[in-house]
Each structure stands twice: as structure tokens, then as C-alpha cells.
Design a protein around this ligand. Sequence first.
Ligand code: PMV
Length: 335
Amino acid sequence: MFFVKKSEVIQSILTDRFKSLPKQTCVEDVFAPSNIALCKYWGKRNTELNLPVTSSLSVSLLDRGSSISLVVNTDAVDNVYVNDQVVMPDSDFYRRFVEFLNLFREPSSWYVTAKIRSTVPVGAGLASSACGFASLTLALDQLLNWQLDKRTLSILARFGSGSACRSLWQGFVEWQAGVREDGTDSYGIPLADTWPGLCMGLLIFSSNQKPISSREAMRITVETSLAYAAWPNKVSSDLLDIKTAIQTKDFSLLGEASESNALAMHATMLAATPSVCYDLPGTQAAINRVRSLRADGVPVYFTQDAGPNIKLIFLKKDAITISEAFPGVQVINLF
Ligand code: PMV
């Protein structure tokens, strides 16, 4: 049983702007980048407020993300389009979108037509919901003229999807877990460090919707996996290593800690009842290829989220080798 309600936290943040009417009729092309965690968020201490058990740390994907336009309509219903396709009202996507809007408006007070352009596949473990809710939060800040700072917007975006609180910035972002019951100290904090030459390679085996949502997989893991007890300590040490690696530009430390963290997260899922496994045959083949390249002296590591797709971590000097070893890989220069 949780005692603090989302609406109470939102009201305390927005004060006299809580559930106010739109101040303009439209906002256009509000963008937020997708983010990939190097140290993962896996498990909530509070499911009502999306508060995490541990802190986490991600890197944003520059122009890969979500761009949203909102137009206040007179249809008395929200219309949602993703990449020009209508989103059906009985879909999970539509339900989550409208539930989020409802946090900020009185019933039947106003409706929008939302046009979302996503440059990452939706629902395939490429943080489409993170950038989606971050861009929607930024768009609402403009539409409703909240004029909030990004840290506060990060708290609001977190109500849509936990990892959305890291998608308000480019570069490395730490989501500080916080300790407060109302979650007002649980938000993203951009790191000052950059890492020119750091690359991520997207290996997309499937752009289909995942068989089980990260939300549900997290719940099952926290409730049933014996391995979950070891997770908070694992995160503490990986987070420390990853931050040290970023500060000292120690690439093998970054790669080893990130890969080990992703594997440990998937181990907690495998040990859950029912067991959760997002892998496809291509996932395992890619992981084996990473390992054999590394054995041959190529410094490449991987991470994997709640989906079958693999993200390679490597340095720009090895980009040609990586592109040859993984035909079709989409290389992103992160800085
Ligand atoms: O924010 P959610 O509920 O989509 O969960 C994200 C979970 C992972 O992508 C697997 C890890 C992370 O930190 O992004």
C-alpha cells in the first residue's frame, strides 16, 4: 500500500497551474532523445510513483528519439498518430498516453491530436517509451505554460515511464534513486563529462512489440526472483565503476561494467517465475560474435534492455571493424 498519490505530488509541483487549461492551441516538433542505460534501472520500490530500487546511468542517442506535435482539438477525444499511423484507442500505447495526459487535466476539459515521430522502433527495447514520455512532458510544459526546469520535468516524465526521467538531456545522465517517500528527489542529473569517440551500434533483430512489457517483467522479477536480492549491490559497484570509467576515459572498465550489469539484469529475469527471456536466436549469435571479436583483441562490448536487440559499445577508431563484423549495424557517434 502506498500512501502518496501521483496526483498529490503533481499538485505540489504545479501548485496554481495544476490541471490548468492550455495556454496555446498547439506546440510543434518537441524532441527528446532515446537513452540506453549502461547501468540499468530494474525494479521499483514504489509502483504508484515509479520510484526505483537503485540509481541508474544512461547515455542518450542524439537525434534518435521522439518528436511530438500537439494540437488542441474539438473532437472530444484524443487522437494519436505514430509515424503517420493512427494508434488504436484499445491499444496499450493509447491507454498509457491518455492516462498520462489525464494526470494533468480535469475530466473532459480538453483533448489533443498528437503526432509522434519516432526514430527508434516502438516497444522493442530501444527506449521508445522513455523518449516518448520525455517529449510529451516537454510539450505539455509549453502547451500549458508551466515554465518548469528540466529537473522538475524529469520528475513528471518519470510518471509515464521510469527511464523517461533520463531522456530530458543528451550525454550521460544519472537517475538518482532518491530516498523521499514522495519521490521529489528521484530525477535525472546530467553528468558534465563527455566522451568524444564513444560509439554505440544498434543491432536490430526485431522491431516487433516485445512479448512482455518491461513494467510487467520488472514486477515479476522483484516479486519472484531469488537473484534479485543480489541486484542492488551489483548496481552500486557497477555504477561506481562506470562513473570512474567515464571520468578517467577507461574504455575497458566502461565496457566490462556495462556488459556485466546487463547480463546480471537478464539473470534476475531468467531466475523469475515465470522466467522472462527476451532473446531471439540473433541475440545469442551477436553476443557470441562480440566475445570472439574481443578474444581477437577488438575492444567491443554489448548491452541489452527489455528486448532482443543488442547495443554495441565501442570506440570510433574501431568503427570500420565493427561495421564489417556486424553488417547492418547502425552506428551512433554519441558525442
Ligand atoms: O522505464 P521502463 O519502465 O521502460 O524500464 C526500462 C528498463 C530498462 O530499459 C531495461 C533499463 C533502463 O534502465 O532503461
